[in-house]
Design a protein. Structure first.
Length: 153
């Protein structure tokens, strides 16, 4: 049992603790219910909930969310177009985002899916100085996808 000002009141029954809380016109809150014996504290429950919510909000503010940016390619992409896409991916990676490189196939291109796998491998190779492969090349229906993430130093 912990008192109003944070002092230790020792082990006591639940009825005694309730009585002390009523006398102080505050609430009896279980702080550590799994402990043996459970730890209770006499506090204002509304204020306690407000403090917990504020701490949680602060923790969420400091958390960085990682976005997944997608770059779409086609099997008949030219060298300069590919370089432009690679530079965009480089910008995304430098900002801390993950990059999903998608190679889309349409119509007769489907027959040459595995032959065009080298395009994704070239993208990974050209970004290998700042990125590592998060998930390897995977076929999903009409597309081949590759996930890249920034290298951790």
């Amino acid at each position: 049992m912990i008192g109003v000002n944070g002092e230790q009141l020792g082990i006591m029954s639940a009825k005694e603790a309730q009585k002390l809380a009523r006398e102080a016109e505050l609430d009896l809150v279980k702080i550590a219910p799994t402990a043996k014996p459970p730890v209770c504290k006499i506090i204002d429950y509304g204020k306690y909930r407000y403090e917990l919510a504020r701490k949680e909000k602060e923790a969420r503010k400091k958390q960085k969310t990682v976005e997944i940016k997608e770059i779409r390619l086609s099997p008949n992409i030219d060298e300069n177009d590919l370089n432009t896409k690679v530079n965009n991916a480089r910008k995304f990676l430098s900002k801390g985002n993950k990059v999903k490189v998608t190679l889309r196939f349409r119509g007769r291109e489907m027959a040459h899916m595995q032959a065009n796998r080298y395009i994704l491998e070239d993208v990974a190779k050209s970004l290998s100085d700042i990125a590592v492969i998060d998930r390897p090349i995977k076929q999903e229906g009409r597309t081949l996808t590759l996930f890249l993430m920034e290298k951790r130093s």
